[in-house]
Design a protein around this ligand. Structure first.
Ligand code: E4P
Length: 215
């Protein structure tokens, strides 16, 4: 099976345009804030456009608050995945929610040990933030490779979402490593279609075609 592509946005127009291609959507509080609309409305609309998983993040920091918010979000639509930050309280919430059958995406993952704990607690997805690691002078894709290695011998069902993608190279590296999913901002996803030699090739074919005498 090919690597799945999610769109990393809360913008309904972007999601509508690329809904034919993407397998799911991830949002976060910063992306939702850009839309200047009530979160629930935005989430409902996204879930109606995309059949695949749609991640929506809790903002509570305590276990019970996260579980409460998660249950409310999960009621919005059947394809909601609740994003929980990688903290000790967060992992307690993930454990409870996974027992209730609520799908979770553990976010803000910056180490393989964090990913190991998330999987052990029953997370459906885990999101290493590769771009933020690169921004801080580290190697984000090395973390993805490490998580894949750590998960492999134990057959964890937790899927890895390569997140905080900054450029097409991140998408290619994610696929080369065999990551399950890459969640990609709109601009980066659009860039995946293009290549200057494709444009030049089309232009040359059209020019040559015009030389053919009309029959
Ligand atoms: C992942 O689910 C997050 O929404 C996202 O990838 C964060 O990326 P950023 O570092 O560009 O904010």
């Amino acid at each position: 099976m090919a690597m799945k592509l999610y769109l990393d946005t809360a913008n309904v127009a972007e999601i509508r345009e690329l809904s034919w291609l993407v397998d799911g959507v991830t949002t976060n509080p910063s992306l939702v804030a850009r839309e200047k609309r009530p979160f629930r409305d935005v989430l409902q609309e996204i879930c109606a456009i995309v059949a695949g998983p749609v991640s929506a993040e809790v903002v509570a920091l305590d276990r019970d608050g996260m579980v409460r918010e998660a249950r409310e979000l999960a009621e919005v639509a059947a394809n909601v995945v609740v994003k929980i930050p990688m903290t000790e309280a967060g992992m307690q919430a993930v454990q409870l929610l996974s027992r209730e059958g609520v799908h979770t995406n553990v976010t803000l993952v910056f180490s393989a040990n964090q990913a190991l704990l998330a999987a052990k607690c029953g997370a459906t997805y885990v999101s290493p933030f590769v771009g933020r690691i690169d921004d801080a002078g580290g190697d984000g894709m090395a973390l993805v490779e490490e998580i894949l290695t750590v998960y492999d011998p134990y057959d964890f069902p937790t899927e890895i979402i390569v997140a905080s993608v900054r450029h097409p190279g991140h998408v290619l590296q994610a696929a080369l490593l065999g990551a399950h999913i890459a969640t990609v901002p709109y601009d980066v996803l659009k860039k995946l279609f293009g290549h200057p030699l494709t444009d030049a090739g089309i232009a040359r074919f059209l020019k040559d075609w015009q030389q053919i005498p009309q029959g």
